[in-house]
Design a protein around this ligand. Structure first.
Ligand SMILES: NC(=O)c1ccc[n+]([C@@H]2O[C@H](COP(=O)([O-])OP(=O)(O)OC[C@H]3O[C@@H](n4cnc5c(N)ncnc54)[C@H](O)[C@@H]3O)[C@@H](O)[C@H]2O)c1
Length: 351
């Protein structure tokens, strides 16, 4: 029996519904391969913030350091400003553990309909830089004689760009062999030409990968006009974030979009959380789609060294999405979180 210690942070809103659902499915998949997941439940969330004035305790990062992986539901509540909750929990975790790759696959799953009329095959991996770039705390607000001014600096380091680009090119090599780098070097005159330069250098190390750069606005349009053409897309923190929500929408719903915050060196625990947020509009009603969270769990199993268990979970997801009765509201159906979860566990039991 192989054991893994996993920090489980359900967080807020639907995170508290989809995370326990995914735990059921992952336990079922892991047990088939004699793998035991020991969950350490951590209540860090906006509700915890209301009680303690912080999103996690002062020793939170040290406690997480002891675990093999971190499994997160969703963080955010209308009563706590979003920048407080994000910068109080997820961003410190990503940075403390050097989770410099944010890998966000998006795929049109069997049976699901894209909002695009002629989507065809859609299977893209978005690689987002996850520790620097536009999401920086350098800047400030200033009162000037000409009025209020807000300044936000972007930080792009050679090391930060190189390592995420190397990951993306290697991923392209293991998939369809094609990569697009998102840029905006026409309008952003310092950081983006630098990103482009480093991309060209890393590309030279991977002559077998067919690559090109595209301005992010044109690339966004490409997701709509030519989704079949995409394989690996790599972008800065902000560009990757925006493009992955677009990719999720093309694949049918945010409710099926997973995300992994990876430290590919494996020196630190990696973190797995869906692309979606806490969805206050549907929270507490038992109707959230658990598939994004379950798919995050499959990525976690894979990262922990259990590709067969991960493949079983993905196959179960595909079986369930193919059944119209098992669609949650976001996919136009009537199934509940529990219906979909039980169906996933049943499929795994029969496999
Ligand atoms: N990583 C995170 O934890 C994360 C990510 C995005 C937003 N947030 C936070 O979540 C809160 C709500 O943000 P938002 O409303 O902009 O985005 P959201 O992703 O929570 O919801 C957007 C829309 O998608 C629907 N949706 C999302 N996930 C779904 C699921 N699994 N099943 C069915 N429908 C689903 C919601 O009902 C809503 O209509 C905010 O506080 C925001 O900061 C957190």
């Amino acid at each position: 029996m192989i054991g893994h210690r996993i920090a489980a942070i359900p967080g807020d809103g639907i995170g508290r519904e989809v995370l326990p659902a995914a735990q059921r499915v992952l336990d079922a998949a892991a047990s088939r391969y004699d793998v035991r997941l020991s969950w350490e439940e951590l209540p860090w969330s906006c509700a915890w913030y209301a009680e303690h004035g912080a999103m996690m305790p002062a020793d939170g990062i040290d406690r997480l350091r002891e675990t093999d992986a971190i499994f997160v539901g969703a963080i955010g509540h209308p009563r706590v400003p979003d920048h407080v909750s994000l910068w109080g929990l997820l961003i410190p975790i990503r940075r403390a553990f050097d989770q410099y790759v944010n890998l966000r696959p998006a795929r049109l799953l069997p049976g699901l309909a894209s909002p695009l009329r002629d989507c065809g095959r859609f299977d893209v991996a978005i690689v987002r830089e996850n520790t620097e770039g536009e999401y920086s705390d350098v800047g400030g607000r200033f009162a000037t004689p000409a009025g209020d001014v807000a300044v936000q600096e972007s930080i792009f380091t050679r090391r930060g760009c190189e390592r995420v680009l190397r990951y993306a090119f290697a991923l392209a090599r293991s998939r369809g062999g094609r990569l697009i780098s998102a840029t905006k070097s026409n309008g952003i005159m310092h950081t983006m030409p630098f990103w482009d330069e480093v991309t060209a250098e890393v590309a030279a190390e991977h002559p077998d990968v067919e690559w090109r750069r595209m301005h992010v606005d044109a690339l966004a349009a490409r997701f709509i006009t030519d989704p079949e053409d995409l394989d690996v897309v790599v972008g800065s923190n902000l560009f990757g974030d925006i493009l992955s929500d677009l990719a999720a929408a093309v694949s049918g719903s945010l409710g099926v979009a997973p995300s992994a915050n990876l430290d590919p060196t494996r020196e630190n625990p990696s973190m797995f959380e869906p692309v979606h947020g806490s969805a206050p509009d549907i929270a507490g009603r038992g109707v959230a789609n658990p598939i994004a969270q379950v798919w995050c769990g499959a990525m976690m199993l894979e990262h922990l060294g259990h590709p067969e268990a991960a493949a079983d979970v993905l196959a179960a997801i595909e079986t369930v999405t193919a059944d119209p009765v098992l669609r949650t509201r976001d996919l136009g159906g009537k199934a509940t979180t529990k219906d979909v979860t039980s169906a996933l566990v049943d499929v795994l039991a029969k496999a």
